[in-house]
Design a protein around this ligand. Structure first.
Ligand SMILES: [Zn+2]
Length: 409
């Protein structure tokens, strides 16, 4: 009889716990500052970023996937899949058969580039009853199996990336989505410090200025969270897609024009090898070898040594800084910060791969993840309640008590 009472009260606990779970789910804001190298805050005064370390979690650095490019890397963050699986293999949309090339901003609403059978977090969350939005986040403007993200703001071509007034207005909008319209998940994207890093190089004083602007924006975000009454119900992850390195020029490097050594027209039927840290080629039949299982990626991907600028036919120095280099290079590493009701405070973790952010986000939103390549084990030490999903703990406790009950009788 005593055991029966224990069992009954345990069942009541489980029921209460399950009920409270649906109410307990906290909201999640994912912010990406494009091209924020892991150490960009170390030579600039950043009081707000520093305070985040005290009030939340910081990883020493974050390793982006190969390829260290904006669309491929962001889509790995939002899907938890490697680039060879999600197939968003470049910032430009292209077709190696027709030689079609579409510029980055134009691809942002082209579902045929993004929708390759891998569902991003927005759609998986919406399928489980959550309300989600994308504010400029790469991939948010596409439809997946015909389904759009609940609310989408797409960045137009020519949109200024560094307007601080607009940065703050965008935070206000996102805060009202959470507080007034009850959105559960919003992914928010900023195009800096990538632009400055490309145009002026990572060591330029203007890069330090933009990091201070980002720092002020984070200060504004934290005040806005408070003003909207979201302090105890909103988790925030701040991250980025890759780092940045200085492009070397003559006389620091010997310029090697590949076309002088390889007849690229004879060897290849397709190439995107204009300038930058990596290039891709499609060899003509009989001239190829294989790399990876991607259907979209041509059989040859050329990765330059750090700082070298790949050129095929002629030398172009558009950028003073660049990315696209090997993700093992420290200059390609980026940032991870997080704070909110589910995160521990004052925790510095080891570096990890950005692919593991996805299962962490699913855990925070208490949804069932789609198939992915990440692991919650990598990040769960960051969480206050890190013993797996709350309801499954409740259920296993219930089963354990049932077992005890059965054994006694
Ligand atoms: Zn980028």
């Amino acid at each position: 009889m005593l055991q029966q009472l224990v069992l009954l009260s345990a069942a009541a606990c489980v029921a209460a716990k399950t009920l409270s779970n649906s109410i307990d789910r906290n909201k999640l804001l994912l912010i990406s500052f494009d091209g924020f190298r892991w150490d960009y805050d170390q030579d600039v005064d950043t009081p707000n970023l520093d305070q985040l370390v005290v009030d939340g979690v910081k990883a020493k650095y974050l390793t982006p996937p190969m390829l260290t490019m904006t669309s491929p890397s962001h889509f790995t963050t939002i899907t938890g899949r490697w680039v060879e699986d999600h197939e968003v293999v470049h910032n430009m949309m292209y077709d190696t058969e027709t030689n079609l090339k579409v510029p980055h901003k134009t691809t942002l609403t082209k579902s045929e580039w993004w929708d390759n059978g891998t569902l991003p977090l927005w759609i998986t969350a919406q399928d489980q009853g959550l309300k989600t939005a994308s504010f400029f986040f790469p991939g948010g403007g596409a439809n997946y199996s015909g389904q759009a993200v609940n609310r989408v703001v797409v960045q137009n071509s020519g949109h200024p990336d560094d307007n601080e007034t607009e940065w703050i207005q965008n935070i206000d909008k996102v805060m009202s989505w959470f507080s007034e319209e009850d959105f559960d998940f919003v992914a928010l994207y900023y195009g800096e410090p990538d632009n400055v890093g490309h145009a002026k190089g990572p060591n330029h004083p203007d890069r330090k200025k933009i990091i201070q602007q980002i720092d002020r924006t984070i200060g504004y975000l934290r005040r806005a969270i408070q003003q909207h009454g979201l302090t105890n119900s909103l988790n925030v992850i701040i991250t980025s897609d890759h780092g940045m390195t200085t492009i070397k020029k003559r006389p620091m490097v010997d310029e090697i024009i590949l076309n002088k050594y390889l007849n690229l027209i004879t060897l290849n039927s397709f190439e995107i090898l204009d300038y930058g840290g990596f290039g891709i080629l499609k060899p003509r039949p009989g001239k190829d070898f294989h790399l990876g299982k991607s259907q979209r990626l041509p059989p040859i991907v050329v990765i330059a040594d750090l700082g070298f600028n790949l050129n095929s036919r002629f030398i172009v120095y558009v950028n003073k800084g660049d990315h696209g280099f090997h993700n093992g290079e420290m200059d390609m590493k980026t940032i991870f910060r997080a704070f909110g009701p589910d995160f521990k405070k004052n925790l510095l973790t080891e570096a990890f791969d950005s692919i593991h952010i996805y299962p962490l986000m699913c855990r925070l939103l208490q949804i069932q993840p789609a198939p992915h390549n990440g692991s919650l084990a990598v990040t769960q030490e960051m969480l206050i309640n890190n013993s797996g999903s709350r309801s499954s703990v409740g259920v296993s406790g219930f089963l354990l008590l049932l077992l005890v009950f059965t054994m006694v009788y």
